[in-house]
Each structure stands twice: as structure tokens, then as C-alpha cells.
Design a protein around this ligand. Structure first.
Ligand code: GLP
Length: 240
């Protein structure tokens, strides 16, 4: 794992977005794995700015998002579908048909998971963007998730629900379930970029990098991948 420590979130966003923008410039039909949460927001801002200023085109890329809440519609303002549109897709020239996000309202979750996996098997992700949960989760793969897991439905940890409460009006509104790409899917990406900032992520960052490779810290599975770059600020790196 390559660890890059920065002074600010802005610097992280600039450096990480450069990698993604160069990837798309060098290979216009790149396959990007995208994430939600606050960590990637700065990267998306940089990508939009670059698209508008330098005309980098996203016409031929394909994207796969990590996860979606279960039971809320795509049009719900707190859904990850809505988040991605608002924060990235509506501002770049990506084709709608090239966007893949798990469907959290599918009536047949088993079929939805299988179809998402099948698509992932056909499209190896060039760069997978990740954040990390305070409990070491990646995507919505909570502690205890087997490393060979593929796309599946999960019951969210209370800690995760509390962390994500800030995006909702109350804790009651935060869904209890989600659908997520599995750890195996994530590890199949060619390259992985993980962003973590703030003291609240320091334990998770320590577990991911220095801890044993253990299912109790899902992010520790990234130690098994040979092309992971971790972008952290000093606070998130404080326990390393
Ligand atoms: C959610 C998402 C994860 C994300 C995590 C951290 O649980 N499912 O993909 O990494 O939150 O979010 P944040 O970047 O807001 O700290």
C-alpha cells in the first residue's frame, strides 16, 4: 500500500482527482468504481471543474457504484442514485446507460445482486474509489463480512447508521439495510484509491494499514491488493 499524507482535504482531492482524470484521458473507455459519502465530494468537484475548464470527456466511461440503501427510491434525495446525480453525473457528459448503481428497491434482491455481479465480472474496474467507515467498512461491507463476498444485501451496523444520520433528518429515517458490492468485487479492481480524513478515521486507518488482515476490519483486506493508494490527512494518519 502506498500511503500519502496531506495537510488538507483540498490537497487530497486535487491529487486524487488528477489520477482519475489522467486515467480517463489515457483510456477514454475506462471503467470507474465510484463511492458516496463525504470523502469523494472534493474529487467530484475537481472532476467537474476540469470537465468544464479542460473539456475532459466522460462520454465513453462506464461507472459502477459501490452501494445503495435498501428500500428507498432512486429519486429519494438521500439515495445514492440521487447523490451521484447531484454531485457528479449531472455535471459531466457521462451516458446514462453507462451508469451502474445497485437498485435498492428491487423486489428480487437475489436477482439484483447476481445481475450486478455478472456485470462486474464482465467489466474489470480500472480505478475503484473508496472511503472508509469508522468501523473499517468499505462500501457497506461491515465488520465480519467474508473477504470472498460478492454483491449482497447487508444489515447496517448501528455505528454506520449513526454516522450516516447526518445525511437524513433523523436516525429513524436511516435505512437498516443496504446492497453493496462485496469485498471480492472491490479487490478485483486494477487499482484502488482510498480517501480518509479526520481524527474519527484514525483507528480505522490504523487497522487497515497496520492491523492484521482480519474480517473484523474489512479495509484490512486491501493489504492483499498490490495497487492501493491511501490518501489521508494528518489527523487520519495520526495513529500510524
Ligand atoms: C458510507 C458509504 C461508504 C463510505 C462511508 C464513509 O457508509 N457506504 O462507502 O466510505 O460512508 O463516509 P464518509 O466519507 O462520509 O466518511
Amino acid at each position: 500500500m502506498e500511503i500519502k499524507v496531506f495537510d488538507s482535504y483540498e490537497e487530497i482531492s486535487k491529487a486524487a482527482s488528477k489520477i482519475i482524470i489522467n486515467q480517463v484521458k489515457n483510456k477514454p473507455e475506462s471503467i470507474l468504481g465510484l463511492a458516496t459519502g463525504s470523502s469523494p465530494l472534493g474529487i467530484y468537484k475537481e472532476m467537474i471543474q476540469d470537465h468544464k475548464g479542460n473539456n475532459t470527456t466522460y462520454q465513453n466511461i462506464t461507472t459502477f457504484n459501490l452501494d445503495e440503501y435498501y428500500g428507498i427510491k432512486k429519486t429519494h434525495p438521500k439515495s445514492y442514485h440521487y447523490f451521484m446525480k447531484k454531485n457528479l453525473f449531472n455535471h459531466i457528459d457521462i451516458k446514462k446507460e453507462n451508469i451502474n448503481i445497485p437498485n435498492g428497491v428491487s423486489k428480487e434482491m437475489d436477482i439484483e445482486c447476481k445481475e450486478y455481479n455478472d456485470k462486474l465480472e464482465e467489466h474489470q474496474i480500472d480505478i475503484q474509489l473508496l472511503g472508509i467507515g469508522r468501523n473499517g467498512h468499505i462500501g457497506f461491507n461491515e465488520p465480519g463480512t467474508p473477504f470472498d463476498s460478492t454483491t449482497h444485501q447487508v444489515k447496517l451496523d448501528e455505528k454506520t447508521r449513526q454516522d450516516n444520520e447526518r445525511f437524513f433528518d433523523s436516525i429513524e429515517e436511516v435505512p437498516h439495510y443496504a446492497i453493496t458490492m462485496g469485498i471480492k468485487n472491490i479487490l478485483q479492481s486494477k487499482r484502488i484509491i482510498l480517501i480518509a480524513t479526520g481524527k474519527c478515521k484514525a483507528d480505522a486507518v490504523y487497522g487497515m494499514i497496520r492491523g492484521p488482515i482480519d474480517i473484523n476490519c474489512p479495509a484490512s483486506s486491501l493489504q492483499m491488493h498490490d495497487d492501493v493508494t491511501v490518501f489521508v490527512d494528518k489527523a487520519a494518519a495520526s495513529k500510524l
